[in-house]
Ligand binder design. Structure first.
Ligand SMILES: C[S@@+](CC[C@H](N)C(=O)[O-])C[C@H]1O[C@@H](n2cnc3c(N)ncnc32)[C@H](O)[C@@H]1O
Length: 191
């Protein structure tokens, strides 16, 4: 029988995340951009353009993208963490448009909402727009969040609206994440 986390429903609420941030329960925050993103931008940078970062937290990935010349809008639904994100961006003199919005986040949300998440992505991107995603964790480490992800499920959910162009293990992952991350570069289909 599948293990059901008592936090499933609560992860949809900003207060749940706000509380984690305020009591230091934010072990996901590496204090810097995710290594897979750093390596992706160094090795195969997409053409400059507009980028959306859902569930940006303190905005480390968003700042990296902005420093590389992308026009970045980053979303989170916790006001206090957006305040920090804005301060960090100002300190580093990079421009990021941080917006408070419920956008859903794949590994952070109740897994029952994953199809909804893909619909939100599909609605955000124009046809031909790119989705770069790093999925984690491929094996469960706790009851979640983050909730375990499977490449088969991701492929199935994306299939109607996206064509996966590349699926690969990141070159490098942070300690504790090695072998548990999986990346895709996919393109929004449609006319
Ligand atoms: C696991 S944290 C990752 C934060 C950041 N990407 C990082 O790597 O440090 C998930 C983030 O998504 C945000 N989040 C979760 N569900 C959300 C939703 N439905 N809408 C907007 N933000 C959400 C949380 O507030 C939190 O900042």
């Amino acid at each position: 029988m599948a293990r059901v986390s008592p936090t499933f429903g609560r992860t949809s609420l900003p207060d749940f995340w706000d509380e984690l941030y305020s009591r230091g329960g934010d072990a996901w925050d590496l204090g810097r951009a995710a290594q897979p993103l750093v390596d992706f931008l160094d090795t195969t940078p997409p053409p400059r353009g507009r980028v959306a970062v859902p569930g940006c937290g303190r905005g480390h990935d968003a700042r990296l993208l902005a420093a590389h010349g992308y026009e970045v809008t980053a979303f989170d639904f916790v006001p206090s963490v957006l305040d920090v994100a804005r301060r960090l961006a100002a300190r580093e003199h990079v421009t990021v448009n941080f917006e408070q919005r419920d956008v859903t986040c794949y590994c952070a949300i109740d897994p029952a909402r994953r199809a909804e998440y893909v619909r939100a992505l599909a609605g955000t991107l124009r046809a031909g727009g790119w989705l770069l995603a790093c999925f984690f964790p491929l094996r469960a480490q706790s009851a979640g969040p983050p909730f375990v992800v499977s490449p088969d499920e991701v492929r199935r959910l994306l299939a109607p609206a996206f064509r996966i162009e590349r699926a690969f293990a990141p070159l490098r992952s942070a300690r504790g994440r090695q072998g548990r991350e999986w990346m895709i570069l996919a393109r929004r289909t449609g006319a």
